[in-house]
Design a protein around this ligand. Structure first.
Ligand SMILES: [Zn+2]
Length: 268
């Protein structure tokens, strides 16, 4: 006898979180709602949208306030520190009281370009952001570029706050020092690139599952197969799939675990 087959689908993937995207960027002005809808269709039900300067922070909060599942993080990016920083940081401090703000940042150290803000100004801003995060019992989103040694020193001196090194780039030695201080690391689409650094892949393989998260850093760093295009939160799934395979883990397991981490870390 022919029996009607029950309609079954794979377990829903609705367990992935894009822990770092910039939905406020003008690249999304034309189709922001479509971008968010596509993320939902791809199983990315929660997103943390990062506002990196005052206006961006206000916009990130507005987006979070008008969309279920979207939270905001706010701060002044280390590359955007100017003589206006004291004024701007006052506004960030006010905005930190907003209900949907779940983290402070991105802040951190970026010594990539010579014309970047001075090291002293960056250290000072990093410290102020960390203090603000502690005050609100929120984690810090840390941006680092060409500053491994300095970051290690900073974390060692001020590790009494919860932090993630976003868009992690570095070797196992650096990753381990972050884990030893209780920090998390998160991976972008860079891990999927054909020319991805072996040290980075080594970290992605060895990192304990309870210390890692996934992010897009949209609109930048689109993972393969969309490398070079505008990145959007829906692509979180491509990076997660790649990482699960690299680690020899079941994708659903990887998605569930990294989602648990993000929920715990951000309190979302
Ligand atoms: Zn970012």
């Amino acid at each position: 006898m022919h029996t009607e087959k029950l309609i079954t689908t794979d377990p829903p993937i609705n367990t992935l979180i894009d822990t770092h995207c910039h939905l406020d960027f003008p690249q999304f002005d034309e189709d922001r709602e479509g971008v968010i809808a596509r993320a939902h269709s791809a199983g990315i039900m929660k997103m943390v949208s990062i506002g990196c300067h005052v206006e961006a922070a206000e916009k990130a909060i507005e987006i979070a306030n008008t969309h279920e599942g979207i939270s905001a993080a706010i701060g002044i990016h280390p590359c955007d520190i100017s003589e206006k920083f004291p004024e701007e940081f006052k506004v960030i401090k006010e905005l930190a009281h907003e209900k949907k703000v779940v983290a402070i940042g991105e802040t951190g150290l970026d010594f990539f370009r010579e014309e970047n803000p001075s090291k002293m100004a960056q250290f000072d801003a990093f410290e102020k952001h960390s203090e603000l995060a502690k005050e609100h019992e929120k984690p810090v989103i840390v941006h680092l570029r060409d500053a491994t040694k300095e970051a290690k020193e900073f974390f060692t001196a001020h590790h009494d706050f919860s932090f993630v090194t976003h868009c992690f780039l570095g070797d196992w030695d650096f990753a381990k020092s972050i884990f030893d201080l209780g920090g998390m690391i998160s991976f972008t689409g860079i891990v999927t690139f054909k020319n991805a650094d072996q040290d980075l892949l080594d970290v992605a393989k060895r990192a304990p599952i309870d210390r890692i998260m996934v992010e897009t850093d949209s609109p930048f760093l689109a993972p393969v197969p969309n490398r070079g295009k505008r990145c959007e939160p829906a692509f979180t799934a491509d990076t997660a799939r790649f990482l699960a395979e690299l680690r020899g883990e079941d994708f659903q397991f990887f998605a569930k675990e990294t989602t648990k981490n993000a929920e715990r870390f951000f309190g979302i």
